[in-house]
Design a protein around this ligand. Sequence first.
Ligand code: BES
Ligand code: ZN
Ligand code: ZN
Length: 483
Amino acid sequence: MSIQLATATELPQHATAVFLLPAGTKELPQDLQDLHEAARQYVAAQLAADSKLITVNHFSHQHYFVVAAEKPTVHLVAEAARKSGHQLHAQLKAAKVTELYVQDLSGHPDSTLALALVEGLALTAYQFEGYKTDEKSKEAAKLTHLHVVGADEKELQELDGVLQGVFLARDLINMPLNKLNAEQFAERMAAAGEEAGFHTEILDLVRIEALRMGGLLAVNQGSPEPPTFTIMEYKPAGATNAKPYVLVGKGVVFDTGGLSLKPTPASMDMMKCDMSGGAAVTGVLYALAKNNVPLHVIGLVPATDNRPGGLAFAPGDVLTMYSGLTVEVLNTDAEGRLILADALAFARKYEPEFVVDIATLTGSAARAIGKEGIVAMGTASEDQMAELKKSGNRVHERVVEFPMWEEYADHIKSDIADINNLGKAEAGAISAGKFLERFAIGYPWVHLDIAGPAYLLAPDSYRGKGGTGTTVRLLYDFLKNRA
Ligand code: BES
Ligand code: ZN
Ligand code: ZN
């Protein structure tokens, strides 16, 4: 269940409300309703003491006051408002608030801060339904209605569409392998398309074999369950682009490492998240379609688990990929690049305007910049990369560009095949990118390695714990600005 967002023309009397105040506020605006003198003095004292979140309990209802932050950029001010939304959520939960009004008195244009606060609140309120049988755990009072005074109805609906996309991605990531294998994942993508309004086609094992997708088939060899390759297409009547944008998402529904088996603690144990890229692609398509963004966008998600069973592919194997290139497998745990390579080569047939792939690809990326950012690299122009970084700053899913210098190509040389899939001990995120580059031919391309931020073992503000849905907000913003 999620929160209903609505605009309100005015704040009703005795409603529980949060007021956003300008940075540096030391006194309350005079016209604030039903604040008796004692409360007024209390708030004034709190403001003077530099409190950023103040609660006044009127017993029948509550008033909260959030002071906008002083930060060097508007984006950082917005991010602080999201975080305030997160902090406010804890207060609302304790007070069992189910309905809240938001009134923006901050003086920022177009209720941007109110919307950021609402975003942080809603993203915090998300909870994975899970599989608990204890009904009591579901009974707790929850925030169900948010009214934003004076907000633009369209903007609020758009935010709602994006949030639904993030929640869909989070749900998919949080589902374990025994609830979401490759076929079930594909069915979920089709269901999302039915609901939001985009077309899906699921290629099954027979079709994947006929296409000779050697990377996807090799990774799937050790699995008792077949792979899928899902094509999502959102093509609205009024699309402003002649050539489609293509998003490719890694859909490894569980990564054991295969015969190059991962150790369990803090490694294999979280690998249900290895389809976070595919989940994000689904979430972005969902949000674009829900919000009728006039852009032709295609999503490609190759999916399988990576297991050591039966006929599992082995270190030393040489694969012939969909593109025709040969790959020497030196480590079966570097499986993501193998399935993405086939999807990237497949993407060419759409003659794309631009291709972005999203993948929990390397521990190296996570070690380099942690959960704080997204590692990017590719062949896109400087302008395109700059636009992506701008979107990253706007939504606070920040993008850091890594180099793709030609010397790194040496890292994936093979004695007996065109390339190897392992790279060296250093620069592992980059050699993975250099591997993908060999298949991302015929269009501008960006690779996003989300191994750091995709899945959190401990809660981090409004990003919560578990699947974060990272890149849904980033790519929605980026694509919307292309339309
Ligand atoms: N799925 C992992 C990468 C990963 C690590 C995702 C941590 C999320 C959190 C990927 O398939 C993998 O195992 N990569 C190897 C590659 C190596 C063998 C070249 C890695 O990063 O260790
Ligand atoms: Zn792996
Ligand atoms: Zn993986």
